[in-house]
Design a protein around this ligand. Structure first.
Ligand SMILES: Cc1ncc(C[n+]2csc(CCOP(=O)(O)OP(=O)(O)O)c2C)c(N)n1
Ligand SMILES: [Mg+2]
Length: 256
């Protein structure tokens, strides 16, 4: 998946070099992901709440399958009407979907207090009768517990669930330094970023695993090495892939 994400500007990427990170991809690109494709990878940010995707959940319900959908989106998406339409329809049809809001207190550079009244995000789902929980999103096991409960409810036919995971972006919205126009544009206070750095969920979980004897230091180093290798490979794949050609410009505009 990583390789697809980082090479979408190239011909071999998911967007075949003709679409940006937020555009719909051919479902064939997601063949490996079966019915999960709309919420995967590069489309995470916005399409997770696109209304048309609710058709997947309706199909799952009508077919009485155990499949559920998980729709991940940021706090920024809570300003968009489509989220509310989606929650309404999902609640009406008791669809097996979990709405997961990753609330990191900023929508790109806009602090949450400048675009939302001071009402907890998880409360918005309650007005649709959707069961909702707020959780420390940087606590892996706490997220696991609420997610397990939500999955159980969905599978029991009790309709959608909503989780608000409180977290933070340790990097910029678009990368390590947020260099959108060649300058450092991240307006978040350095102390705030540093404070959240101490709550890094990976570091916290690593400590938990070590302290409870679930894993040894060596195993953890092994996982890190493996992940770094995968990222290096993906990077090399993206670098080595070809850019689209001028003739590709008109491709994929209309159904062929
Ligand atoms: C439907 C839609 N509306 C607006 C935008 C423009 N936009 C891009 S990122 C962003 C804010 C995203 O905020 P959030 O989801 O909290 O993500 P974060 O900055 O925390 O990574 C907006 C409004 C968009 N990409 N798509
Ligand atoms: Mg955000």
């Amino acid at each position: 998946m990583v390789s697809g994400r980082w090479s979408e500007g190239k011909r071999q990427g998911l967007g075949v070099g003709c679409r940006g990170s937020e555009r719909v991809k051919r479902s064939a690109d997601y063949a490996d992901y079966g019915d999960e494709w709309p919420q995967k990878g590069a489309e995470r940010q916005w399409s997770g709440v696109r209304k048309k995707n609710r058709a997947k959940e309706l199909a799952a319900k009508m077919r009485k399958s155990r499949k559920i959908s998980v729709s991940f989106f940021g706090d920024g998406a809570t300003n968009e009407g489509v989220l509310y339409e989606s929650m309404n329809f999902a609640a009406l049809k008791k669809l097996p979907i979990i709405f997961v809001c990753e609330n990191n207190y900023y929508a790109t550079h806009m602090p949450i207090g400048e675009c939302r009244p001071d009402v907890p995000i998880f409360e918005i789902a309650k007005s649709f009768g959707i069961e909702s929980r707020q959780v420390d999103g940087n606590d892996v096991l706490a997220v696991y517990e609420v997610a397990k409960e939500a999955v159980g409810k969905c599978r029991a036919g009790e309709g959608p669930a909503f989780l608000e995971c409180l977290t933070y972006r340790l990097r910029g919205h678009v990368g390590p330094n947020d260099n959108i126009q060649g300058v450092h544009t991240d307006i978040r206070p350095v102390e705030e970023v540093e404070e959240w750095g101490k709550k890094d969920p990976i570091v916290r979980f690593e400590r938990y695993l070590l302290e409870n004897g679930v894993m040894g230091q060596q195993e953890i180093v092994g996982i890190k090495t493996e992940v770094e290798r995968e990222v290096e490979e993906a990077f090399a794949f993206a670098r080595g892939s070809a850019f689209p050609e001028a003739g590709d410009l008109g491709n994929y505009v209309y159904a062929e």
